[in-house]
Design a protein around this ligand. Sequence first.
Ligand code: TRP
Length: 328
Amino acid sequence: MEKVVSGIRPTGNLHLGNYFGAVRSFVKMQDEYDCMFFIADWHSLTTHPKPGDIQQSARTILAEYLACGIDPKKAPIYVQSDVPETLELYLYLNMNMYLGELERVTTFKEKARKQPDNVNAGLLTYPTLMAADILQHRAAKVPVGKDQEQNMEQARKCARRFNNIYGVDFFPEPQNFYFSDQAIKIPGLDGSGKMGKSEGNCIYLRDDDKTIRKKVMKAVTDAGPQEPNSPRPEVIENLFTFLRIVSSPEVYAHFDAQWNDCTLRYGDLKKQIAEDLCAMVAPIRERIEAFSADVDLLDRIAREGAEVARASAAATVREVRKIIGFRV
Ligand code: TRP
């Protein structure tokens, strides 16, 4: 079975956009591939988080992924900093990466612009660490967002260069697996095209019923359908996108018909979406709460995941040491 590895940024809570994007595609992939997922807490050091926040952020995101259906028996899930083997590979790979090419990576340029007082070397070599995350498991596929394209290009370069320099065929070149290609894009309910943390328009998997209802009822609409069978403006189509995702086909057909014969009342539509959304989110939220309350379980899952990851990484690093010429 092909190996799949992906990293998860431990920033904040999951929202519906994440759920219908990365999260659901990870859950699906765990049945189809030999998957491993990890929480990228080393990468988060580029912004110098507070020591007291680090483990909590990792547990939060771990609880949420588990609640969404990541099954550690199918796909070990670990915390990056529990696998020190990665760092040895990171060092070797860095010897083959060049300042100029790392400076040209868009995510580096953006971060350098956003945090001009903290353009640290870790930020520059972020793609090398990411390459080490992937190559330590000799993974074939990496589910990522489109924003990771250049980082993935660097990871392939790392693999290729290592193979060329030592005349071996050791590292496979990891391929991007864009989950957005099969994901449902979740719109914002504020009239913006996309649900996102920076847009401040998110419905979170941790939101309770009351919060969800409030957010849905506030959704931007217009004056209502004017002519039978007219195309829907974007803000209204956004509501129908929600309806399609959370309600039954019959309910969708009902409101679609009402739109077409101009009898649709947005209040009814929003109420329907709110109730169906609450029903969808509630069991996930309850599982998040249950996992979050059981720190021992979370830590055990992470520890067991790390054992699998360390065995895999250690085997790779051992071969790499031999290839480079070190004692093993
Ligand atoms: N850079 C990725 C992001 O920002 C997170 C990440 C770190 C990652 N290491 C990785 C993703 C390895 C895939 C593989 O989302």
